[in-house]
Design a protein around this ligand. Structure first.
Ligand SMILES: Cc1cc2nc3c(=O)[nH]c(=O)nc-3n(C[C@H](O)[C@H](O)[C@H](O)COP(=O)(O)OP(=O)(O)OC[C@H]3O[C@@H](n4cnc5c(N)ncnc54)[C@H](O)[C@@H]3O)c2cc1C
Length: 548
C-alpha cells in the first residue's frame, strides 16, 4: 500500500504580491478542515481563491521549517513560536467550567490544515439518526435540541462519498450503518493482539468494524497523531489546501491573522488582517469563515459596529452559544496472554452502544496511541491542566512514576476510548474577553445528563466485555471533556430567530458570508466530527461556485 510522497510545495510561489489590490472571488479565513475543503471545491471549479491563515504553512519541506524573523522578545513569544512550528495554537485557552477556572493549551491546531495537522484522521460519518436530534433527546430541560438538521443524511451522502475518496480513507463498512457505495480502501491486516480483540467483540454479539482512517500509507508509516513530517497522514492541508494552490491556482497568506470584518447592513465589504505587523483590508465577492468553533464566533462578535451593535450576523443572539464538546473516556482492555501489538493502531470501532433504548450515547473506538510512559505522562499532564481538582494536584508531583507504572500495567493492553454526544445549551458559550489570551474565553457547565450518559456507556461496555477481559477506565467518567471536538457555536437552521446560518451555511443576516467550520453543527453526534465538516464544506463550496 505504498504511495508516492508529494513533492514539497514552495509557498513563496503562492503568496500574492499585493492581495489588497484586487477583489477576490472568494477569501477563505482559516485553512482548517472546513476552510481548506470549501476553498478547494471553489478553486477546482475555477474561482479565484485566497486563503488567509494565522499559522504557518507546514506542508512545504519539513527541513526548511523556520523560526520567524518577527518573533517578539521574551520567553513567552519564543514558546508561542515553537508551538506554531509544531502546528499548534500558540496561546492557552481560558475559561470557566464546572471544574473551576481553567487556562490551558487546548488541543487545537494552527497552520495549513488547522486542527487536522494534529488530529487522529479517524474519518467517520455521522449516523442518519444524528440528523434528527430531538428523536433521542425529546425532553432535556434547558438544552436547545433541534428537531432536525436543515439538511438530511441522504443529502449529505454523495458528499460523504467524495470526502472519503478525497481523504483516501481505508476501513470496512460499519455493519450498523452500511453504505454499499462508501469509498473505503481495504485496510492493512490487524496485528495479533487487535485481531484477537476484534474476534472477541464479534463473538460477544457486537459489530466491530475496521476504523475509517485517512492515511496515504508509506512504508513504515508511524500513524502520527501529531504533525506528520513524512506527509502520509490525510489532512486538510495535504489533501485540500495544497492541491488548491498547486493545481487550481489558489493563493495563500500564511502567518496572517484575521482581526475583524468590515460590513454594511447586508454585505461584508472587506476583512481586516494583520501580516508581519502591518494591517490591511482584503476585498472579495464572497467570504468563507473557517476559523474553528472557538475562533469564528469571536471574530463575528468582535466585528460589532453601529450597524451591528451585538456583533456581526448576530440578530439571533446565538453567535458563540451552544458550545459543544464530546466526552471521551479512555480505557485499557487487558488480554491474558501477551500477543504481538504490531499492525495498525487505529484499528477498530463499533457503534453498538450508539443508541440505548430511546437515548443516544456514542461510539467506542481504538485510540491509536502506544501505551508507553511518554504518551501516558503527556496525557496526564493535559488532564491535569483542564481539571484543577484536588486529586489531580496529588498526581502532579508523581507524574513520572505514575506514567512508568501505567506503562508496566499495560503490556498486554489495547487502548480504547468512547465518544459521547454533548447536547447544546445556550449558556455554554464562547465570548469576547479582552483580558484573556486570544481575547476570548469560554463558559461550560458540565450537564448532569452528560455525566450520566457517559457512565452508562462505560457500564454497557463493562457488561459486555468485563467478564472476558480486565477493563481499566483511566478517566473514570470524570475529567473527560474532549476539547479537540469543539463545535456548535454558530448553528445552522431554517429559522433566522433560532439559528445563525441558513441551510446553505450562509449567514441569515448577510448576503456574502458563509461559515464552514464545525461551528455550524446544531448537534454534536456521538462520533468524530471531521468527515461531516469536510462533506458539508464540499456541498457549500459547490453552492458558492454556483453563485459566483
Ligand atoms: C488531538 C486531536 C485529535 C483529533 N482527532 C480527530 C479524529 O481522529 N477524527 C476527527 O474527525 N476529528 C478529530 N479531531 C477534531 C478535528 O481536528 C476538528 O474537529 C476539525 O479540524 C475542526 O475543523 P474546523 O474547520 O472547524 O477548524 P480547524 O481545523 O481547527 O481550523 C481552523 C483554522 O482557522 C485558523 N484561525 C483561527 N482563527 C484565525 C484568525 N483570527 N485568523 C486566521 N486564521 C485563524 C486556525 O489557525 C486553524 O488553522 C481531533 C482534534 C484534535 C485536536
Amino acid at each position: 500500500m505504498t504511495t508516492q510522497s508529494q513533492p514539497a510545495v514552495r509557498i513563496e510561489d503562492h503568496i500574492p504580491a499585493a492581495p489588497e489590490a484586487e477583489e477576490w472571488d472568494v477569501v477563505v479565513l482559516g485553512a482548517g478542515m472546513g476552510g481548506s475543503t470549501a476553498g478547494l471545491e471553489v478553486a477546482r471549479r475555477g474561482g479565484r481563491v485566497l486563503f488567509i491563515e494565522k499559522g504557518k504553512f507546514l506542508h512545504g519541506d519539513p527541513l526548511k521549517r523556520q523560526i520567524s524573523p518577527d518573533v517578539g522578545e521574551g520567553e513567552e513569544a519564543w514558546a508561542a513560536e515553537e508551538r506554531l512550528i509544531m502546528g499548534r495554537w500558540p496561546l492557552p485557552v481560558r475559561g470557566w467550567s464546572s471544574f473551576g477556572d481553567v487556562e490551558f493549551y487546548a488541543p487545537l491546531g494552527c497552520g495549513s490544515g488547522g486542527s487536522t495537522i494534529i488530529y487522529g484522521a479517524q474519518l467517520e460519518r455521522f449516523a442518519p439518526s444524528d440528523f434528527h436530534p430531538k428523536e433521542h433527546f425529546p425532553d432535556v430541560p434547558d438544552a436547545s435540541v433541534v428537531e432536525s438538521w436543515p439538511i438530511t443524511y441522504d443529502e449529505l451522502v454523495p458528499y460523504y462519498r467524495r470526502a472519503e475518496a478525497l481523504f483516501n480513507i481505508s476501513g470496512t463498512p460499519d455493519p450498523l450503518n452500511p453504505d454499499p457505495e462508501a469509498v473505503l480502501r481495504t485496510p492493512p491486516p490487524l496485528g495479533e493482539r487487535d485481531q484477537h480483540l476484534f474476534d472477541t467483540f464479534s463473538e460477544s454479539g457486537l459489530h466491530p468494524y475496521r476504523s475509517h482512517v485517512g492515511y496515504h500509507k508509506l512504508d513504515n508509516c508511524d500513524e502520527c497523531l501529531d504533525l506528520c513530517l513524512r506527509n502520509c497522514k490525510s489532512d486538510a492541508g495535504r489533501d485540500c489546501l495544497v492541491p488548491a494552490l498547486r493545481e487550481h491556482g489558489a493563493s495563500m497568506l500564511p502567518e496572517s491573522e484575521v482581526l475583524r470584518f468590515e460590513a454594511s447592513r447586508s454585505r461584508v465589504e472587506s476583512v481586516r488582517i494583520v501580516r508581519k505587523g502591518v494591517e490591511s483590508s482584503i476585498r472579495a465577492k464572497v467570504f468563507v469563515l473557517g476559523a474553528g468553533s472557538w475562533g469564528s464566533p469571536v471574530l463575528l462578535l468582535r466585528s460589532n459596529s453601529s450597524e451591528w451593535p451585538d456583533g456581526l450576523a448576530n440578530s439571533s443572539g446565538l453567535v458563540g452559544r451552544n458550545l459543544m464538546l464530546h466526552t471521551s473516556d479512555f480505557m485499557t482492555i487487558d488480554q491474558r496472554e501477551l500477543r504481538s501489538e504490531a499492525g495498525p493502531r487505529k484499528s477498530m470501532a463499533l457503534s453498538d452502544f450508539y443508541i440505548d433504548g430511546k437515548e443516544k450515547l456514542g461510539t467506542l473506538q481504538s485510540v491509536g496511541l502506544p501505551l508507553i510512559a511518554p504518551f501516558i505522562r503527556e496525557y496526564l499532564r493535559y488532564a491535569l491542566e483542564k481539571d484543577p481538582r484536588w486529586w489531580c494536584r496529588f498526581v502532579e508531583p508523581r507524574l513520572e512514576t505514575v506514567a512508568r507504572i501505567g506503562e508496566r500495567l499495560s503490556r498486554r493492553a489495547s487502548l480504547l476510548s468512547t465518544i459521547v454526544e454533548d447536547l447544546p445549551y445556550p449558556d455554554n458559550r464562547v465570548q469576547v474577553d479582552p483580558s484573556a489570551p486570544n481575547g476570548r474565553s469560554f463558559t461550560y457547565t458540565y450537564p448532569a445528563e452528560l455525566a450520566r450518559r457517559s457512565r452508562r456507556l462505560l457500564k454497557l461496555v463493562r457488561g459486555r466485555l468485563g467478564r472476558r477481559y480486565p477493563l481499566r477506565v483511566v478517566t473514570g467518567g470524570r475529567n473527560n471533556l474532549n476539547y479537540g471536538h469543539v463545535c456548535g457555536t454558530c448553528r445552522f437552521g431554517d429559522d433566522p430567530a433560532t439559528s445563525v446560518l441558513d441551510r446553505t451555511n450562509r449567514a441569515h443576516d448577510l448576503d456574502n458570508l458563509y461559515l464552514v467550520d464545525s461551528s455550524f453543527f446544531p448537534s454534536s453526534g456521538g462520533i468524530n466530527p471531521s468527515l461531516t465538516i469536510a462533506a458539508n464544506a464540499l456541498r457549500v463550496g459547490g453552492i458558492i461556485h454556483e453563485r459566483l
